[in-house]
Design a binder for this molecule. Sequence first.
Ligand code: PHE
Length: 505
Amino acid sequence: MDFDKIIQELSQNEKKVLLTLKKLNGSASPQELVKQGDFTQVAEVMNAASWLQSKKLVAIEDHITTVYSLGKEGKHFVQNGLPEKRALKYLSEHNGKSSLKDLSQILEQSEISVAVGWLRTKGWVNIKKDKETLLEITDQGKKVLEIESEEEKALNYLDGHPNTTFEKTKLSSLLSRKNVLKEKEQVTSTIVLTEYGKKALEKRIEITEEISQITSALIKTGDWERTAIRPYDIHAFAPALYGGKTHPLVALIGKIRDIFIEMGFQEIEGDYVESCFWDMDVLFIPQDHPAREMQDTFYCKNPKRFPIKEKTLLESIAAVHENGGTTKSTGWGYQFSRTEGEKTLLRTHTTVSTIRYLYDHPQPPCKVFSIGRVFRKENIDTTHLPEFYQIEGIIHEENANFRQLLGILKEFYRRMGFEKIRFRPGYFPYTEPSMEVDVFWNNKWMELGGSGMFRPEVTEPVGVKSPVLAWGLGLERLAMQAFGLKDIRSLYISDLEWLQKTPLR
Ligand code: PHE
């Protein structure tokens, strides 16, 4: 131990506690230290002592002691005397004799049997049974009348000194009576110098004026140069402080937003409640597609219908589904229902936002993205939630091509810190070609999203003539990887410890 350094880093109060302990032969209660050490509060002493304890210079020893004070019956005894003593007095005033019955003149009915019990066990009376029970005072009984018994002494003392320690053997008879005494456990501390503490005290410990915090006044007046500044012990124990901060998932969304903005994209937003028409019909998803079934999609009860205002678009979409319309496609070849699309639902993907954007802004070029929640009837497990975020985006440009799409996605994941990704052929009714994006994590490939180029069946009816690159990627699975979580649900359980310990990035 480097005692010089330790002493240098002691605060004023720590030094005061050490020096006072030395004066008091190495151990003292906090109260004594307050008195002898010129402190104003026990808290000051305890605070300094616990720092000294963490530096191994003192030990704080806790003892549990039992303290006593008077109970209800005990107070009554102090005022009126013990019932057996009162009975004894009555006897002595009546020639040393009395019938049991006559005691009721000075004692409550409930006290009589108590008094007689004690008188007999203490040998202060003899009891004779004739026609009635007779009590006769003994010599010993006469003697005790003159003196204060141990019990009385204890009662009187506790009356003046509540909550004090007492030799328990002296209280045993009082303790055997109901409600006479109250017992309480009290923790008292003793602060004791350790061997290190004693060694440190062999050095010179001086209480000099010093500052532990620089203030603007100290700087302005230049006093900081003239005053000693207490060195910091950066290894000293201190409780961890957790300030308020952004939820990790929200922070991650912010990071994704920044990446797309840096790559030249603009953010768009959409509503949670959508029509089937925009969420599916416009995206060339056939009306008998399994994803539309009740077990996959949340349909809304209220509002149940969402009138389709875009009449021309509705006609083009009907034609595209039935026979391809003017797109050279053959369509799906079924009878399109113009009312099916009015059904309301919670959007199943954010592709609905980008297709709406294209309809409103058919002129290229555009690069937009959105980060928003979507809803699907998934069973909850370690990798599935019925409500999750999608990172959606499109590039609409005259010469946009498939290789550009691969490059953009690869670059996005690279900026997120995922170097190893792979593309697989995929299928979506609204894109051609289509592909799936996987990221390598935990020694396996994890599916993160879909992408592709919008088909003419999608672009032509909304008035778009140039190619559109599109993608929709999962956020939560990405977050699991970023935060090293095994269960997707952890993101939405407010586990304080996890929230506190996850660093801001
Ligand atoms: N909408 C698709 C999904 O929810 C993702 C996707 C978006 C695919 C855009 C292709 C193009 O999985």
